[in-house]
Write a protein of this length. Structure first.
Length: 162
């Protein structure tokens, strides 16, 4: 009898810790989405407002259609950042952002990409790293329960019959 009481107390304690961790995880996802989504919107606006300079940089990298790429990447960053910020279609846009930031490494930060295993500090010190990291987190774990995606998913496809 005493064993069951003790097990029940440990079980309640453990379940409470798990619930707390879930709440903190969702809160962390919200902070990541708001912060990095907002910064992405600003980065995209910066690219569009300085499209000529960005196009010149892209041309120096040998990218095709540099002016088009400047606007395209700026728009992807604005829309993707806004998507992360409000939590709508955030997984879809985070996939696009992950591709975008890997492309940034492959073009503008090749040395850092090549030295990923030999000199990881070089990789993480480059400007796309934290955007890539935030996008990967949202892509893998979703936007959290403080998001439009969560509530749409809960209404459309995740109802449980009781």
């Amino acid at each position: 009898m005493e064993d069951n009481v003790e097990r029940g107390a440990w079980s309640r304690l453990y379940c409470g810790i798990v619930r707390g961790e879930r709440f903190l995880g969702n809160f962390l996802l919200l902070i990541i989405r708001l912060y990095w989504g907002g910064l992405l919107v600003l980065a995209g606006l910066g690219k569009i407002m300085n499209a000529e300079g960005v196009a010149d940089f892209f041309a120096s990298l040998g990218l095709p259609a540099p002016m088009f790429m400047a606007y395209f990447i700026g728009i992807v960053e604005i829309v993707g950042g806004a998507s992360l910020f409000i939590g709508l279609f955030s997984r879809l846009f985070s996939i696009m952002l992950v591709i975008l930031f890997f492309a940034a490494y492959a073009t503008a930060h090749q040395e850092a990409l090549i030295s990923f295993f030999t000199n990881p500090n070089l990789f993480i010190m480059e400007s796309p790293f934290l955007y890539l990291y935030a996008s990967l987190i949202v892509m893998c774990f979703g936007p959290g329960f403080v998001s439009i995606d969560y509530w749409i998913g809960k209404r459309l496809c995740c109802k449980r019959s009781h």
